[in-house]
Design a protein around this ligand. Structure first.
Ligand SMILES: [Zn+2]
Length: 232
């Protein structure tokens, strides 16, 4: 079976002698490209690269359908740096706040007055703060290791991507990444830092990623398999 690697997904190539045009399909089996049998793979790759954000969006939609949405209820399990934490909700008349212990994420607030969306918003704010602290410090550290210096590091909300790197050298990360294991986070940071040198997903780009992280494919695969679980 022929496959082509995209940014965070694999595309299965299905050739047909009768087909005159190229079509991309995203379903519960993944991404497939239906192409005329004479079409060069390089052309297919270029087409897939062009449609990357569309594919990522479709994949995210596909995955959201299959994962149960978090209810932000007492006893529910949440992730932080790849570890499981049980959410505990405690009544408090003080301003709402979130604390972490070795095994729990604890929310304190007026449980009798606060709506579910308000509790969710407070917990998500807390996650964003964790993401900001950890991802910024870790990127600075990996930036020193690799000698690849971004001009800025920003934590954002994305629906269907983990990070991005602008032509100017600004790096952005999805705050939801803070739930992933540390090695996976390192892979995403390394990936974006390498875009400072290669603003594409060429073989040269992947070669550079591999220099800094020889087992990066394992972490990329983890995101493919588990990324949808990080939606909150
Ligand atoms: Zn990339």
């Amino acid at each position: 079976m022929t496959t082509i690697q995209g940014d965070g997904f694999t595309v299965t190539i299905i050739k047909s002698k009768r087909r005159k045009t190229m079509a991309l399909k995203v379903d519960n089996k993944g991404v497939s490209a239906h192409i005329p049998s004479t079409l060069p793979l390089a052309t297919t790759q270029a087409f897939i690269n062009q449609r990357t954000s569309w594919i990522q969006k479709k994949l995210a939609q596909q995955q959201q359908r299959t994962v149960q949405e978090k209810q932000f209820e007492d006893g529910e399990v949440f992730l932080l740096l790849g570890e499981n934490y049980t959410l505990r909700l405690f009544q408090s008349d003080e301003k709402a706040l979130v604390k972490k212990t070795t095994s729990t994420i604890e929310f304190y607030g007026r449980l009798n007055k606060l709506s579910k969306p308000a509790i969710r918003a407070t917990i998500i704010d807390w996650y964003k703060q964790q993401a900001d602290g950890y991802l910024t410090a870790r990127t600075n550290w990996l930036s020193d290791v690799t000698s690849l210096q971004p001009i800025s590091i920003t934590i954002k909300s994305y629906k269907a991507r983990w990070g991005s790197c602008s032509i100017k050298g600004e790096i952005n990360f999805n705050w939801q990444l803070i739930q992933a294991p540390q090695d996976v986070i390192d892979y995403v940071i390394t990936h974006e830092l390498c875009h400072l040198t290669h603003h594409n997903h060429s073989p040269k780009f992947w070669f550079l990623v591999e220099q800094f992280m020889p087992d990066y494919k394992r972490h990329r695969q983890w995101l493919k398999n588990n990324g949808h679980k990080l939606a909150l």
